[in-house]
Write a protein that binds this ligand. Structure first.
Ligand code: DX5
Ligand code: ZN
Length: 224
């Protein structure tokens, strides 16, 4: 199974209900929520209050990406707000095993993300404990940036490691993905694809979600 997880970061926040409806109409699998604190990344977005509101607007699973310095202090709030997956950054956490254990203790899925400059081997010892790895293919902080090509090698490296150690985590890729490069991301081994600006800055977001989703479905039908 492969999944599309659109990020609402570049959507029209004055009309969030219809933006989420666009995702549902396009058969989106998850919704990707980018939480930024102005400390770990040079931007501030939103917190648990908005996640809770979004949770009340949709049945789609909430894929919450914490780009914040002290995620441990906020895990419970984001769980209570309705997150189905909570992903923290390797670079933001000192005791990663403890953080992952805490997230899983609430019965939701736990993910770890790495920045473009962070090597895959830095998370090797935690791979057996987590549900998802989020490879950043842009420097976190803003939507609409250009995909960093070196990310493809990291996706392949991670896929090979997963096979070698017979592990089960999903590989999610986030940043700069559009209709032109989604196939190369899938080819490299992505199971979950995030897309923000390419959906919400397009003329017809429903159509773009549908097209991205169809590429994922076609790929899965052909390659299993
Ligand atoms: C970047 C965020 C991404 C980003 C995705 O800091 O984590 O989720 O908003 O959006 P696009 O697809 O616009 O790069
Ligand atoms: Zn993200």
């Amino acid at each position: 199974m492969r999944f599309l997880s659109p990020s609402i970061l570049s959507s029209d926040f004055t009309d969030l209900k219809s933006q989420i409806r666009f995702l549902e109409l396009g058969n989106s699998d998850w919704i990707h929520l980018d939480i930024m604190d102005g400390n770990f990344v040079p931007n501030i977005t939103f917190g648990p209050v908005l996640v809770d509101a979004i949770n009340k607007m949709t049945e789609l699973p909430l894929d919450t990406h914490l780009m914040i310095s002290k995620p441990d202090d906020f895990i419970e709030s984001f769980v209570n707000a309705g997150s189905d997956i909570l992903t923290v950054h390797q670079e933001a956490v000192i005791h990663l095993h403890r953080t992952i254990t805490k997230i899983k203790s609430f019965g939701i899925k736990a993910g770890v993300s790495i920045n473009p400059s962070t090597p895959v081997y830095s998370i090797q010892d935690i791979l057996g404990e987590i549900d998802l790895v989020l490879i950043m293919s842009v420097n976190p902080g803003f939507g609409g940036q250009k995909f960093i090509l070196n990310s493809l090698k990291k996706i392949e490296e991670l896929r090979n490691l997963r096979e070698k150690f017979n592990q089960k985590f999903l590989i999610e890729v986030d940043g700069g993905i559009d209709l032109n490069n989604i196939s190369s991301v899938l080819d490299a081994g992505a199971d979950v694809v995030v897309a923000g600006a390419s959906i919400f800055k397009s003329k017809n977001p429903v159509q773009t979600v549908t097209e991205l989703k169809n590429i994922i479905l076609k790929y899965s039908n052909e390659r299993g």
